[in-house]
Design a protein around this ligand. Structure first.
Ligand code: ADP
Ligand code: MG
Length: 408
């Protein structure tokens, strides 16, 4: 595996384990180096946790509490990582997986809740979100290192037979989780970062913080707004050119936003780029979308639904969105020329980059929204588009310089 920036390119088969590890959002904590950003309008701390970069940001007037806030958030993330990591021998998730086909495992309330949520989103997305896809993902990762790039059909069929969220048995009273078939693997990678951001937000609120932005590797949860601004603003990157923003989402209606893409972490098979998301309907890598951004009332929902919509593709997306309502979405199919499909609600909170105005479409089933945000908005990307240094799909924009934009 080569890591280029935060891209992962698959190479020799013998490195499978590290490849799979590299693809999870739940990694062993790789040290907790911190970086400080104090700007006019905000104060920020960067953390390294759950195998990714996280940050906590407070409005400038609360700057004195930023270290305390960062400690609170970090403690929540570390706890979730310990319980829900797929790769920690001592995690509760590992205990569940080891006992697959054998016996139920008693788990802590946070694990139980996260598994229940994952199950609910699997149900409400008709299995497009399925937290048992790991055996398939492993077959594709192995195959990516081979010349054909395609898994053996019988291997794939065998793996597919182990993928079915309905075989996760949750006993809320006994606080146990049981995987009915031996060989099944529960992987909360499609929801755990969102859940962790939600828990961190709830903990901050309980301690009296009412304005903050938590970014856990692109899963964002916020409250309130920066000083003197109506809302937090988050840039959405162009999946075909991550140095550019598609536009800026104003976090007014919903406090959470998450992106699933094929460009942050991906595998290449015969020159085609795939994300790390499986289509549980057929066992293949999901390949219709380049990027899906979802904003919703909590980050766990946004996380699970961005993964599900990435699988659903454009045609099925309206049905999934209607079913999971309320949520708003931005979808970019993996084809050129680029199209940016927006739900009506997303459109009303989104300031598109004028460069891409012609690419904007309204998602079928959602009313057309005509207001021209670019004439009233605070950012103008045309003359000097934002060059992003980080490659996370979402980019919180903290302070507004005189051109209405700010690099991190
Ligand atoms: P990221 O990890 O980059 O935030 P996602 O939130 O979309 O991206 O989650 C992708 C992860 O979800 C994969 O690494 C894998 O662990 C898991 N996964 C892959 N396909 C599915 C699926 N169809 N349903 C649920 N989880 C999935
Ligand atoms: Mg997700």
């Amino acid at each position: 595996m080569d890591i280029q920036g935060d891209r992962i390119v698959f190479r020799p088969a013998s490195r499978l384990h590290r490849i799979v590890v590299g693809l999870s959002v739940l990694l062993i904590v790789a040290g907790c180096g911190r970086q400080r950003t104090d700007e006019k309008s905000v104060s920020s701390r960067t953390l390294w946790v759950m195998g990714t970069q996280a940050s906590v940001t407070l409005p400038a007037p609360d700057a004195a509490r930023i270290d305390e806030a960062a400690d609170i958030v970090e403690a929540v993330f570390v706890d979730i990582e310990r319980k829900l990591s797929l790769y920690r021998a001592a995690s509760e998730l590992t205990a569940i997986n080891k006992a697959a086909g054998k016996k139920p495992v008693t788990v802590s309330p946070v694990t139980l809740n996260t598994v229940r949520l994952a199950y609910q989103y699997a149900q409400s997305t008709h299995g497009l979100f399925d937290p048992t896809v790991t055996p398939l993902l492993q077959r594709w990762h192995e195959a990516a290192t081979r010349r054909s790039g395609i898994p053996d059909a019988s291997d794939l069929a065998k793996a597919l037979s182990l993928v079915d969220y309905r075989r996760i048995v949750i006993d809320a009273e006994a606080s146990t989780v049981f995987l009915q078939r031996s060989g099944m693997v529960l992987d909360l990678g499609g929801i755990a970062k969102g859940k962790a951001a939600d828990l961190a937000a709830a903990t901050l609120k309980a301690k009296g913080y009412d304005a903050f932005l938590i970014d856990l590797g692109g899963d964002i949860r916020c409250a309130g707004a920066p000083a003197d601004q109506p809302a937090w603003r988050v840039g959405v990157r162009n999946p075909f050119d991550t140095s550019q923003l598609l536009g800026v989402l104003h976090m007014q209606e919903f406090p959470a936003v998450t992106t699933s893409g094929n460009y942050e972490r991906f595998i290449e098979i015969n020159g085609k780029r795939f994300g790390h998301i499986i289509d549980p309907r057929n066992g293949k890598m999901a390949q219709d979308m380049a990027g899906v951004t979802v904003t919703a009332e909590d980050a766990a929902k946004a996380d699970a639904l961005s993964t599900a919509l990435f699988v659903a593709g454009l045609e099925k997306a309206p049905e999934i969105i209607a079913h999971a309502s309320p949520l708003e979405a931005l979808l970019v199919p993996d084809r050129l020329p680029m199209e940016i499909w927006l739900t009506e609600g997303f459109k009303s909170a989104f300031e598109p980059n004028p460069e891409y105005r012609n690419a904007i479409r309204t998602l079928p089933g959602t009313p057309v929204f005509d207001q021209d945000m670019t004439t009233t908005g605070t950012c103008n990307h045309r003359s000097d588009p934002i060059k992003a240094r980080m490659t996370s799909a979402l980019l919180p924009l903290f302070s507004v310089d005189n051109n209405g934009r700010k690099e991190l």
